[in-house]
Design a protein around this ligand. Structure first.
Ligand code: AVJ
Ligand code: FE
Length: 448
């Protein structure tokens, strides 16, 4: 029998649910507007990296998905722009080709997303939120909020790739707690409930809840820092084949890697470019912009390994006092500013050891927010998985090509992140806000 904490939807009653949807849609649109208003039209249409779409593509794609699911499907309304469905179908055109398409310009794209949103607010008043799986608990609206937030994080990654003066601004994150933390914590062996069958806006790949057994393991209390990663660089780790998998070694040779992306040397110190600022690499901040291969090589060099996805989720959700899995490391409350660094509130990860109120029962910190964390697991369906509402969200990505990322980054919104949330990417990707922490299997003596 699976054991999730009972977490009734904080929003109770039909009117409150509609109000919550409206609030989440508006809050999210403000972020999309901020990301796209921060630069001029030319910048919006330019491709800042072949890895990314022009920002103006992301903006109209956000509107296109909202039109497809909310205006047409949920609302049963007439199509707004059926002529542009193909342009904004991510499966029709690879990111690198998107600048060549006859895309909507910045003014047209803004008008389009505004028109769609007006129709959505209009239909939100009257549409039934029950009786059909797509609308139960306003799921389709939650899916569209998350979709827009995911593209906002993608646009934030485009901002990081963009050259030029800083265009975005935010307060610095909170400092590390001054109490000394142990380097690693231990999670005892035993079963726990992974995934969810109760979280209303959880996406298909997080479902259903199922019990898995996890052997005892040790996990780093915090993500690996820049200072720790620099010791690997200084020790020659990028040039020593013994730490790398065959694929990792081939990649590091071919791409001639010698440090995380956006780092460069200035005399004998490491500098980095961060949203247009050039600054010394801060030693106590979680490392980011490393590929899975670099994370795995560091772990091997440190005598450790990356956690499996199961281990990561058990550390983040399992509450030994109740035997249940919770929504977040701190419990079942929605993330607040004291729990985790999310939502682009800050434009960088907080130092390792920050967010004492976000600590998990096992003692691990910063599992949610700051940096995505590579796991050693590839992206697979849970037992009992069914694609919903479309195969192209998760199912077509299952298999050995994608590695699972957990926990969200400073650029992930709270609506698009929870203890069960699964992200994935190719193991060579470095432009995303991704770091890692190490794990270790325990020897028989340590288990006692
Ligand atoms: C879940 C972040 C891998 O951005 O590629 C966006 C989410 N799916 N539009 C991505 C997504 C369709 C997806 N990730
Ligand atoms: Fe999308």
């Amino acid at each position: 029998m699976t054991a999730e904490t009972a977490h009734p939807w904080a929003v109770q009653g039909d009117d409150a649910l509609r109000a919550h949807v409206a609030e989440e849609l508006s809050r999210t649109r403000q972020r999309s507007a901020q990301l796209t208003d921060a630069v001029d039209d030319e910048d919006l249409e330019r491709q800042h990296s072949p890895l990314m779409s022009p920002l103006v593509w992301d903006l109209a794609h956000i509107g296109s998905q909202e039109e497809l699911w909310l205006v047409r499907d949920v609302g049963g309304r007439e199509a707004v722009r059926p002529d542009i469905d193909d342009l904004y179908d991510a499966f029709q055109h690879p990111r690198s080709d998107r600048p060549q398409l006859p895309l909507l310009g910045p003014t047209e794209a803004r008008e389009y997303v505004g028109t769609v949103r007006t129709k959505v607010f209009d239909l939100l008043d009257g549409v039934p939120l029950q009786g059909r799986r797509l609308v139960d608990n306003a799921f389709a609206f939650g899916m569209i909020v998350q979709h827009e937030q995911q593209h906002d994080e993608t646009m934030l990654a485009t901002h990081q790739l963009r050259r030029g003066e800083p265009a975005l601004h935010a307060e610095p994150p909170p400092p590390a707690d001054d109490r000394a933390l142990p380097a690693e914590i231990v999670v005892p062996a035993g079963p726990f409930t992974m995934g969810t069958s109760t979280e209303p806006w959880a996406l298909d790949n997080e479902r259903p809840a199922h019990d898995v057994r996890v052997e005892a393991f040790a996990l780093d209390t915090t993500p690996v820092t820049n200072g720790q990663f620099q010791r690997f660089i200084d020790a020659g780790g990028y040039r020593q084949q013994q730490w790398w998998s065959p694929d990792g070694w081939a990649f590091v040779q071919r791409a001639e890697l010698e440090a995380p992306r956006f780092w460069f040397r200035d005399g004998d110190r490491w500098m980095r470019r961060r949203f247009g600022h050039v600054e010394p690499v801060p030693a106590n901040e979680p490392v980011m912009h490393v590929s899975y291969h670099e994370a795995a090589a560091f772990s091997a060099w440190a005598g450790k390994r990356l956690p499996t996805e199961r281990e990561w989720e058990k550390a983040a959700r399992f509450d030994p006092s109740s035997g249940r899995s919770r929504r977040y490391p701190w419990g079942d409350d929605d993330p607040g500013p004291d729990h985790a660094n999310l939502g682009q509130r800050h434009l960088r990860p907080a130092p390792a050891g920050a967010y004492p109120h976000g600590e998990a029962p096992c003692g691990a910190r910063q599992l949610i927010g700051d940096v995505w964390e590579w796991t050693s697991s590839d992206f697979r369906p849970y037992p009992g998985f069914t694609a919903f509402p479309y195969r192209e969200y998760s199912e077509v990505f299952f298999g050995p090509d994608h590695q699972v990322l957990r926990g969200g980054s400073f650029g992930t919104d709270r609506a698009a992140c929870r203890g069960t949330f699964r992200n994935w990417d190719y193991p060579i990707r470095r432009q995303i806000f991704t770091g890692f922490r190490c794990a270790r299997s325990l020897s028989r003596d340590e288990i006692g």
